[in-house]
Design a protein around this ligand. Structure first.
Ligand SMILES: *Cc1c(COP(=O)(O)O)cnc(C)c1O
Length: 364
């Protein structure tokens, strides 16, 4: 991570930003990078050819501002999500991080609170504080699950303006049942955001929180093209919610926030959704292989419905992280005691990680 300059303290920066540290997953050019839950499979050639054509076409009009309402792209997301959704219920941004920021700009802000069950996605507190709101961290059971009655009691106590439920949760991989989401919604007065960034990696028979949207006008389900779609570098995230809630987001977005090139690329990629998602099954196989091998090595992998595995039983996480780094394998120390997190890569990358870890694991 780039260090924060000591001279920052001399600047008249907002009081509530003093002492904060920026998001800082290390970006190192290692042969095997399994640290930020990217899809490590490149997008298929026929799809990238089509995306290039779409961008070339969009370039002809790039002297003009893009469609501010990104109508075509919203239709694409509505089609992809199904559940009878229409474009009026869809919003998008430069990554789901921007979509979350729009939500918090509209519904959080100074004097308001945003609640989430920790440990959860490290960007939630940063995005919350960026709008001047206060982040309130709830708790989870030891295995990182959340029971409905406990969730409801914590939310009732905190009485937040916004609740963010990460389903399945990052950095733990933990599934969250619709029962918990519904109970939290019923007991809260504010906006309830369900972040389904990893939904495509969940078991196929499971129901998405999209099924809860009818008649719940404070509920939001956010998704991203960064993970399953192998599109992290393009920066495209989106959400589904009631049309009135989406009108609130129009108040805070920058005009023309989605570039014509982004809109063209994302729409083209969506037209090939099944091909773009072809690697998901293979990634799930590698994820489950990681969990099984970690257990055989004596670690404790947590249940995961995502493309990564959090495991505990690591005596010295910083030392293990460094030993893997020295062997060309980059994973993530998310700051949980005795734990590390690894993304499921291709079969070869996954083998490289498992072999490197086995070589640094003391016999037990
Ligand atoms: C990766 C991730 C996102 C996606 O962020 P983008 O801005 O879309 O790249 C959102 N939520 C969680 C929990 C994530 O892990």
């Amino acid at each position: 991570m780039d260090a924060v300059s000591p001279r920052l303290e001399d600047l008249p920066v907002r009081d509530d930003l003093r002492g904060m540290t920026p998001y800082g997953a290390p970006q190192a050019a290692l042969p095997v990078a399994l640290n930020v839950n990217e899809n490590t499979h490149p997008i298929p050639k026929d799809v990238s050819d089509d995306i290039v054509d779409a961008i070339a076409f969009a370039l002809r009009d790039v002297n003009r501002y893009p469609d501010r309402e990104f109508t075509h792209l919203r239709e694409g997301f509505a089609d992809y999500l199904g559940h009878g959704l229409t474009r009026e219920q869809i919003w998008a941004g430069n990554g789901s991080n921007e979509v979350l920021q729009h939500l918090l700009q509209a519904f959080a802000g100074p004097g308001r609170t945003v609640f989430g069950f920790a440990p959860t996605y490290s960007m939630y507190p940063l995005l919350t504080r960026g709008t001047g709101a206060q982040w309130v961290a709830g708790t989870r059971a030891h295995d990182f699950t959340i029971a409905a009655d406990d969730a409801v009691a914590q939310v009732a106590e905190a009485d937040p303006d916004v609740v963010i439920l990460c389903s399945p949760n990052n950095p733990t991989g933990t599934p969250l049942s619709l029962e918990v989401i519904d109970a939290v919604y019923a007991r809260s007065r504010g906006i309830v955001i369900v972040d389904e960034a990893y939904w495509e990696f969940a078991p196929r028979e499971q129901q998405s929180a999209l099924t809860l949207l009818p008649d719940r006008e404070r509920l939001v389900v956010s998704r991203t093209m960064s993970k399953a779609f192998a599109f992290a570098g393009a920066r495209v995230g989106y959400l589904a919610a009631d049309p009135a809630l989406i009108d609130a987001l129009r108040l805070v977005r920058l005009p023309y926030h989605l570039s014509a090139l982004t809109q063209a690329a994302a729409s083209a990629a969506l037209r090939h959704a099944p091909t773009m998602l072809a690697a998901v099954d293979e990634i799930v196989v590698q994820r489950d292989r990681i969990s099984a091998t970690l257990a055989a090595l004596g670690y404790n992998p947590y249940e995961s419905w995502t493309n990564f595995v959090l495991f505990s039983g690591v005596e010295d996480p910083a030392a293990t992280w460094q030993a893997l780094y020295d062997r060309g394998v980059l994973i993530r120390d998310v700051g949980l005691p005795g734990s590390l997190r690894v993304t499921a890569g291709t079969e070869a990358e996954t083998s490289a990680f498992l072999d490197a870890l086995a070589s640094v694991t003391p016999a037990r």
